[in-house]
Design a protein around this ligand. Structure first.
Ligand code: ATP
Ligand code: MG
Length: 358
C-alpha cells in the first residue's frame, strides 16, 4: 500500500553552499564539521514512511532538527536534497499555488503556542481554516462547532480566547485543525506548554479522537514518555539524523545504539510494555486446557505482573480465538521489574495451555 507520507534521503541545510554541504554529509561528515564553515545541517538523510491512520512521533532533543523536518513535510521549507511525497506526489513538483491549496485543504498544523485571534470568538477561531478556504459561514460554523465538541469545548463557542485556560486554548487550536477535514495533521510540540496533568488529558483526548477520526498524524515532541504514549511508531533524532525508527517496544527492547539506550534509561517501562512485546512465540497451541488466567497481546505490563504473581508460573498469551500465541516466562517479567536475580518459580503449565481468558 502507498504510504500517506514518505521522505527519501531528505536533507535540509541552512547557510552557504548547501549542495556542497550535502555532498560532504553523504560522505560521512557530521554537523559539527559543517558548523565550522557557518553552515547548519538541520536534517541529514532522513528516510521514513508514515502510513495512513498512523501517529508517527518524531522525538529528539532541542536543536535535533524536528521542526525543520516537519516544515519540509508540508512544503513550508524546500528540501536541499531528497524528496517528500504526500499520497505519492512529490511536493517539489507542485507549483506555489498547488502547495498553498494542499496546505489549506489537506494538511493542518498545530503549534506549541497556538496563536488564537483575541477579538474573534472561540467559534470563529475554530472556523478560521475554513474561512481561509472560503467555506460559507453557516457551514463553517457548523463544522467548527462539531470540532469544538470533539475537543470537549461544547458550550464555549461564544467565549473569547482570554476567557479560556491555556489547555482549553490549545484545544481550540486542535479543533481548528480538525474542522478543516485535513487528513494529515502536523503537530509541533503541541502539548509541551501545558501543565503535566492537562498535558496527559490532551494526550488521552487525542488518542480517543484518533480511534474514530483515524487521521494521519506526525507529532513532534522532546518528551520520551509522550512519544511512547502517543506513537504507533517513533523516529528518534540526534543532531539532524534519524538514529532509530520503531515502535515504543522496539526502542525500549532493542535500542539501536548507546545514544538511544541512554535516552530511554528513565522511561517508565511498565507503562509502555505489553505482553505481546515480551512473549516467547516459540510456544504456541490451539487447544487450551487448564483454567489458568491468561493475557492478550495488549495486556499492559503492570497487569501482566499481577497475573504472573497470581499464577507463579509463565503466563500464556492468547488471541481472539483463545489460541495460545506465546508465553511470557516468569523470569522475563521479573527481569523487567529490575530484579534479574530473582529465582523464578517452576512452571507447572509446561505446554502453555489454557481454557479461559481472564
Ligand atoms: N531558518 C533557519 N536558518 C538557519 N538555521 C536554522 C533555521 N531553522 C533552524 N535552524 C537550525 O537548525 C537546527 C535544527 O533546528 P530545529 O528548529 O529544527 O530543531 P528542533 O529539534 O525543532 O528544536 P526545538 O526542540 O528546540 O524546537 C538548529 O541548529 C537551528 O539553529
Ligand atoms: Mg522545534
Amino acid at each position: 500500500m502507498q504510504p500517506r507520507l514518505e521522505t527519501e534521503h531528505l536533507f535540509k541545510v541552512f547557510g552557504r553552499r548547501p549542495d556542497d554541504s550535502v555532498r560532504r554529509l553523504r560522505q560521512g561528515a557530521d554537523r559539527e564539521e559543517l558548523r565550522a564553515d557557518g553552515t547548519t545541517a538541520a536534517v541529514i538523510d532522513a528516510s521514513f514512511r508514515v502510513e495512513a491512520g498512523e501517529i508517527f512521533v518524531v522525538m529528539g532533543l532541542s536543536g535535533s532538527g524536528k521542526s525543520t523536518l516537519l516544515r519540509t513535510l508540508n512544503g513550508l521549507l524546500e528540501p536541499t536534497a531528497g524528496s517528500v511525497r504526500f499520497d505519492g506526489q512529490d511536493l517539489t513538483e507542485l507549483t506555489a499555488r498547488e502547495l498553498r491549496e494542499l496546505r489549506s485543504k489537506k494538511i493542518s498544523m498545530v503549534f506549541q503556542h497556538f496563536a488564537l485571534f483575541p477579538h474573534r470568538s472561540v467559534r470563529d477561531n475554530a472556523a478560521y481554516g475554513l474561512f481561509v478556504q472560503g467555506v460559507p459561514r453557516a457551514e463553517r460554523e457548523r463544522r467548527a462547532e462539531e470540532a469544538l465538541a470533539l475537543c470537549g469545548l461544547a458550550g464555549w463557542e461564544d467565549s473569547w480566547p482570554d476567557e479560556l485556560s491555556g489547555g482549553m486554548q490549545q484545544r481550540v487550536g486542535l479543533a481548528r485543525a480538525l474542522a478543516t477535514d485535513a487528513d494529515l495533521l502536523l503537530m509541533d510540540e503541541s502539548f509541551s506548554a501545558l501543565d503535566p496533568l492537562i498535558r496527559r488529558d490532551m494526550q488521552d483526548q487525542l488518542l480517543e479522537l484518533q480511534k474514530t477520526l483515524k487521521k494521519t498524524i506526525v507529532f513532534i515532541t522532546h518528551d520520551l514518555n509522550e512519544a511512547m504514549r502517543l506513537g504507533d511508531r517513533i523516529a528518534v533524532m540526534r543532531d539532524g539524523r534519524i538514529v532509530q525508527t520503531g515502535t515504543a517496544e522496539d526502542i525500549l527492547l532493542r535500542p539501536a545504539n548507546d545514544y538511544v539506550a541512554s535516552f530511554i534509561q528513565d522511561v517508565d517501562r511498565s507503562r509502555v510494555l505489553t505482553a505481546g512485546a515480551l512473549m516467547d512465540t516459540s510456544v504456541t497451541s490451539d487447544a487450551p486446557l487448564c483454567g489458568c488466567e491468561t493475557a492478550t497481546r495488549d495486556t499492559p505490563f503492570t497487569e501482566l505482573c499481577a497475573i504472573s504473581a497470581r499464577l507463579s508460573h509463565r503466563v500464556s498469551v492468547v488471541d481472539e480465538a483463545n489460541r495460545v500465541i506465546g508465553v511470557v516466562p516468569r523470569q522475563r517479567v521479573v527481569g523487567f521489574l529490575g530484579d534479574e536475580t530473582a529465582d523464578p518459580a517452576p512452571c507447572d503449565n509446561p505446554d502453555g495451555k489454557v481454557i479461559a481468558r481472564a
